[in-house]
Design a protein. Sequence first.
Length: 317
Amino acid sequence: MKRLIYILSFAIFLQMNAQTFNSGQKWTDFNTNKNALSHPVPTNIQKNFDIAINEISQMLKGEKPLSFKKAVFLVENAYYEGQMSWEDYNNEILRIKPILDKMIDNRNLRQYKTAGNWAVFTYMSDSIPENDFKPYQYDFENFMSNSNIESSLVSRLLKRKRGNCRSLPFLYKILANEVHVEAFIAVVPMHCYVKHKDEKGNWWNLEMTTGTFSRSSFIMETFNVSEVAIESGLFMKPLSETRLFRNWLWSMAETNEIKPQAAQISKQNLQLPAAFYISQLTACQNFVDACNQGVTVNSVNHACLFQTLALRRRTAQ
């Protein structure tokens, strides 16, 4: 019953967040974020974000191996101004890996290609001896407060076992990579979740915030996602490894809710392949074209319009 109450309250909150904002409020928020970019950037913050941007860019260019685990660490370490320990972060993930392997072997599941998916999902969402009967849970205490940004961090999730719709699926993805099984991140407005194929090749949606599986129709209704947005490739599409990296690097600017300097650094120093901007521009432009044909314009559409204008400016330079 307690879990059902959590799920219902979470669903209500998501539905509220998916509703339409009035345009006046959206312009106020946009101008606030724009003005934040004029803040001077302290040297220590610039240095750490430069390190993260440069190393992830090297991964995208093929100069270093792609590692989502390392990319997440780099961005979170930059947020914490270089105070994180790679050894502590990596060792906790490496501690979990043999537990997952043992779960698979103890149940004779090694012949199934989705055995690793089962192990990661069960370890994270179920109360079992392997996780000391302490599954990872949604952070209901902080989802409406300023500490919400830290609930998005995998490093915090590893320590406290409480996170949100970014850190929980991101940790799933990291652990899935460790046990060498396929798992993809998919996005909808203000939310991330996991997608993977079953033994027959059918897609499943994993909602790590509730430890459940969701139908695509439920996700579309809950997060106010139109078929046009899906067809454009903007939402609910399993992100490739490189696309996930690019989106993750791009999302550095979102930390301007707490540290506006991060957005300025990303804007000044982020150099991604032209194909990324073109793909983002195409997806957003498809969505904007649909808006011009009469699709309801909500907060997501506004964000897409702003992003489209910004990308046009970058690709024109």
